[in-house]
Design a binder for this molecule. Sequence first.
Ligand SMILES: [Fe+2]
Length: 155
Amino acid sequence: MVEVGPNIEELLMEHRQLVQAIEQTKEILRQPRPDVSSELSHGWGVTMARQLTQLHDHVSRHFHSEEHSDFLEDLSPKRPHVARSIETLQQDHVRILGDLQAIQESARIYASGIEPDEPQLRRRTLAVLERIAHHEHAETELLQRALYEDRGNAD
Ligand SMILES: [Fe+2]
């Protein structure tokens, strides 16, 4: 049987779920990070590392599903002027997954009670979350435009 990738509506649904997962992670980040010498620091680090692992897996599954959908490939030849933004969005996937892995590693080091190399873990994590949200927003706009045109509303 031929594997069929997700359609535009399914990708839009995945985007909504991902936005929720990002918000959930931000909620944990709103709590101040305990000092590394405090008893609470281990729990904070473990919760953060677990949340980042779940988020990484979620994002990774979503990117994989997007890359195996026809949407990106279909859109490029039809609309050459958006081909460049599609290319940038695809390059973002590699960068975002790398960033998520790096902060996951820092959170794990923090959870083990060793000061992470990166003292700005919360700020850095928030910056990565903003980047993912921004990326997904740009993709959502492309998907919605493609859906609109699919329904015969192309100008
Ligand atoms: Fe996406």
